[in-house]
Design a protein around this ligand. Structure first.
Ligand code: 6PG
Length: 253
């Protein structure tokens, strides 16, 4: 059986939001700055709203936190399909984050230009804030990832090329009618993170969660490519629905 570090939460948005908000606060207190990579799609929006609530408004040193994205669709930032817009509306417009701390993938550019621009943003940020990083990109403090019904994570889709040395690539993928052109972080940069958290909710994801846990096949189940090198195993935050197939895998929660 595959062991996975997962917990099943009653209120995944409130509890998950609290965990991330508190963790970011601790990181800033210990290192002076924190980097948070936001997931796209629908699941994290309620979690972001929870983080924007009065409970964390004063507790979290928002001015010292830098925001990035795990992937973005190639649409303008004000488009309804933009992951940046979703994060702006549910969190970033509600808390005092300085504009210079928001490092979005520029979906309004062409695929190649957006990937090159984000790669350069990551290089510049790492040089300024994470000089000890082993590569020319940050060792992100917290990376939040979702999971699609087909097992994709960020914009790493089943069957897509497994090996790349680049931290950022442009891909095309059809999924639930969402914008197909995308830019995504890749396993090399994701696996340099200090902590990866998967956030998965809904019984419609139960099959994908179970298959990802029990099949060591990174081509069919891209979330298996996320093996954080010298950090805790990815933490899976699940609700009851997403966890319902896991009775045969030992829970840690
Ligand atoms: C995106 C996301 C993607 C998302 C999954 C789950 O750009 O769509 O980054 O990886 O996390 O598709 O999406 P839902 O939360 O909407 O089910």
């Amino acid at each position: 059986m595959v062991e996975r570090d997962y917990v099943v939460l009653e209120d995944i948005a409130l509890q998950g939001g609290g965990l991330i908000a508190r963790s970011l606060g601790e990181i800033v207190r210990s290192r002076g700055v924190a980097s948070f990579v936001m997931a796209g799609g629908g699941t994290p929006q309620a979690l972001y709203r929870a983080m924007s609530g009065p409970r964390y408004a004063s507790e979290v040193p928002w001015q010292r936190i830098h925001f990035f994205w795990g992937d973005e669709r190639l649409v303008p930032p004000d488009d309804s399909g933009s992951n940046y817009r979703a994060a702006w509306e549910s969190l970033l417009s509600m808390v005092p984050v300085p504009p210079e701390n928001i490092h979005r993938i520029k979906g309004e550019l062409t695929a190649a230009a957006a990937a090159a621009d984000y790669t350069e943003q990551l290089r510049v940020w790492a040089a300024a804030h994470d000089p000890g990083a082993p590569n020319s990109w940050p060792r992100f403090d917290i990376v939040l990832l979702g999971l699609g019904e087909d097992g994709h994570t960020a914009s790493l889709f089943p069957g897509s090329p497994v090996e790349t040395a680049a931290p950022v690539i442009a891909v095309t993928a059809d999924y639930q009618g969402r914008p197909a052109g995308r830019v995504t972080l890749t396993p090399p940069i994701l696996n340099d993170a200090r902590q990866v958290i998967f956030l998965v909710a809904g019984a419609n994801k139960a099959e994908a969660v179970y298959n990802t846990f029990v099949n060591d096949d990174p081509v069919r189940f891209p979330a298996r490519r996320i093996r954080v090198l010298d950090a805790p195993e990815p933490l899976w935050l699940l609700d009851e629905g997403a966890a319902e197939r896991l009775e045969s895998v030992n829970p840690t929660g």
